[in-house]
Design a binder for this molecule. Structure first.
Ligand code: NAD
Ligand code: UDP
Ligand code: UDP
Length: 322
């Protein structure tokens, strides 16, 4: 039997964090979920609260944290452009000071630490698809920089703590991931389009809609997190985790309209500044080193996500009418 560990998940009540907590508990681990609830919600982890191995702490990772743990997953950081741009200074602090504190904690407790990095470290990429060896194309002073450069600096800190202090690190560069438990007002494209389609409201495409993204279903991604964290030592390298299936934003809108049977029309709005034109993970390393690849394609993933948003909208409607 696998040994039960005490595992800290920062950002544990967010979209990805909640699935991770669930997966770790299901394997018999003890989970401490740390969150300041900036974008996460207690509702995401409500079903775990009766579990005696689960504990929630309201805490901001920019502040030092003293707990005794065996492993740390550092996910705390708003991930949607509209949220991380509301308070960009806080976004940088969360990534950078959060990384320093969690690495300090890992160093003291000799625990292995996982960083939720991002495909945004590649910026608006001039190499396509993006392998981990590509250094990226980021505007360091633009509106997305608080997130992109914050995450890049966190990567630097992880590798410096590894080289200088011997901290055992794992690093996933996550590409656009979607699924149930994204909040209705998350602002990212998949949740926006599904909510708009279900309400028969206009679907808002930013720009011409020919920019691309590669969408991974949450279940595949969390399996990737677990395999990466549990992989034997010696793979202290960033690993792309994402689904290589690449779609234009217009294609995504059309699939969502089709799957929801919506009467929504497509409208176009201005393209936000520095919006990357294309994005697709090269997952050769994940395949070769971890034996991981996603199995759920966009159509199936959307089909599994739409009912969640439908039920959240029903709940919202019933609250408003009561
Ligand atoms: P999310 O916004 O749902 O979750 C982030 C969580 O972090 C929230 O619960 C939020 O309240 C918490 N948080 C934010 N600042 C904090 C702070 N200072 N202290 C404590 N908690 C804080 O987003 P998500 O999609 O679940 O993303 C989780 C992680 O994965 C983030 O680090 C994000 O950058 C990374 N990531 C996600 C994607 C994706 O497509 N979902 C892609 C690339 C990277
Ligand atoms: N830290 C923490 N929890 C711990 C150990 C350290 O939050 O259990 C914080 C600590 O406050 C410090 C940061 O992590 O600001 C970095 O720690 P490190 O030991 O690398 O640096 P130092 O304390 O020497 O500045
Ligand atoms: N997007 C869009 N309509 C929306 C939300 C987003 O057309 O309502 C576009 C956005 O401009 C970007 C892509 O969809 O080109 C993905 O945006 P998201 O915010 O989900 O993630 P990111 O840009 O960080 O990949």
């Amino acid at each position: 039997m696998r040994k039960s560990k005490r595992i800290l998940v920062t950002g544990g009540s967010g979209f990805l964090g909640s699935f991770l907590c669930e997966s770790l508990l299901a394997d018999g681990h003890e989970v401490i979920c740390v969150d300041n609830f900036q974008t996460g919600s207690r509702r995401n982890v409500m079903h775990l609260q009766g579990n005696p191995h689960f504990e929630i702490m309201r805490h901001d990772v920019t502040v030092p944290l003293y707990v005794e743990v065996d492993e740390i997953f550092n996910l705390a950081c708003p991930a949607s452009p509209i949220h991380y741009q509301i308070d960009p200074v806080q976004t940088v602090k969360t990534s950078v000071m959060g990384a320093i504190n969690m690495l300090g904690l890992a160093k003291r407790t000799k625990s292995k630490i996982f960083q939720a990095s991002t495909s945004e470290v590649y910026g608006d990429p001039s190499v396509h698809p993006q392998p981990e060896g590509y250094w990226g194309n980021v505007n360091s002073i633009g509106p997305r920089a608080c997130y992109d450069e914050g995450k890049r600096c966190a990567e630097t800190l992880f590798f410096d703590y590894h080289r200088q202090c011997g901290v055992n690190i794992r690093m996933a560069r996550i590409f656009n991931t979607y699924g149930p438990r994204m909040s209705l007002n998350d602002g990212r494209v998949v949740s926006n389009f599904i909510v708009q389609a279900l309400k028969n409201e206009p679907i808002t495409i930013y720009g011409a809609g020919n920019q691309t993204r590669s969408f991974c279903f949450v279940e595949d991604l969390i399996r990737g997190f677990r395999v990466l964290m549990d992989a034997p030592d010696g793979i202290e390298l960033p690993v792309n985790l994402g689904n290589p299936g690449e779609f234009t934003i217009r294609e995504l809108a059309e699939q969502v309209i089709d799957l929801t049977g919506s009467r929504s029309k497509i409208v176009t709005l201005p393209l936000p500044k520095d919006d990357p034109q294309q994005r697709q993970p090269d997952i050769t390393r994940a395949r070769e080193v971890l034996g991981w690849e996603p199995t759920i394609n966009l159509r199936e993933g959307l089909t599994r996500t739409i009912p969640y948003f439908a039920s959240m909208l029903e709940l919202q409607d019933s609250r408003e009418s009561s």
